[in-house]
Design a protein around this ligand. Sequence first.
Ligand SMILES: [Zn+2]
Length: 453
Amino acid sequence: MTTGVYLRISEDRLGLELGIDRQREDTLGLSTARGCSEPLEFVDNDISATSGKRRPGYEALMDAVDAGEISRVIVWHTSRIWRNRAERADGIERLRAARASLLAVRGPELDMTTAAGRGLAGLLGEFDTMESEIKAERSQREVIQRAEQGRHHGGPRAYGYTADGMSLVEEEAANLARWYGELLAGRSISTIAREAGKHHSSMLCIFKNCRNAGLRVLHGVEYPGAWPAIVPADVWRAAVALLADKSRRTNGNQTARRWLLSGLAGCQRCGGKLVAVTYNGGGGGRLWPIYICHPRRDGCSRSWAAARLDEWITKLVTRRFGREDVGDLLPKNRPDIEAARLEAQGIRDRLKRLASDWMVLGLDDAQVQEANTSGRARLAELEAVIGDARRHGPLAPILAADDPVAAWKAIPVEQVDRRQAVVRSLMAITLGAPPRGRGFDPEKFVFVDWIQP
Ligand SMILES: [Zn+2]
């Protein structure tokens, strides 16, 4: 019987993980006790348990299992071998197919050729997952507790404050106070940012930071901070309102209203692309938008009223993003992405739940701090994995969002190019004969071909 020993040490934030030497000693000892003194060794070092990073050692191990070269895998603990549910399901199946068993130093031997062995492997794995999820849950509670006590929540140093967030850096604080004054006096943020030698976007972040007003906001609730304020709260609020106002006005001026299906939908009769035009219908100066298969572009001159068509397509897209299988719009053959998405969703759900349930849990500060760190770090890693896979393409930001429907609806109406890009990657639209009379029955003349991702 050939044995493969798998060793993994992950990033050791809490000092609780076993070093690889200790793992090796224990697993080799077990292998010898089971009659194999020179097992094949597979090692992964410093690859976080929660990131989607590849594990060359694990992959080599499973290849050897697939090839029938290994009939028993020894690990220190089942949590060492599989990092999430998707990996576990895949691994159990491959061990079963190869008629191999899994043996843990801290745990039983699992014969994957039997239903009991596979079932137990799944259960043990669920407990491993639960353990790491509980850690994440604790951490969230700490965030809230710290907020309530007005304590600093960690993270990078904020401009104007020392690294621990509790005292002022006098010179920076004076700058900040002056900038708020200038902003409220009507200077543009670009000018202030240029003079300060900062990017426009980082200047925005600085201005919006509530800690400057001695406040901490968590889940929409304000808590007084224990650090000194740089500006009074009403100055900060006025600045934030002003900045929100400015961005609205700029966007509004940039583009006039354009129509969703213009240049996007096709004419069923002649295959032409439709364009939106407005015409003065029935006097009164009111302009009516229509889509026309334009004669100047060799079209057949058919036309359709535009407004309700846009509404209808918007509704179809909203419906699609609201379906449970919204994940099917993801790139195919990427189970790692799907696993990351599910895990990230799970963490976000728990964070929400924790915001209301933390009192019940009654955990101490250190526990909460620990869970906070690991939970946040894990979420950031997962989001990096998800974001990376979807950085390209218009569906990316929507599918990466917690609530795709809300993300789709949040695209400002004047950014019609973004809406069009989303629609275009979801469906092809063809319009049949325009309806006669007053009724609007889109299913009779709007033909939608959903694009397979
Ligand atoms: Zn036509």
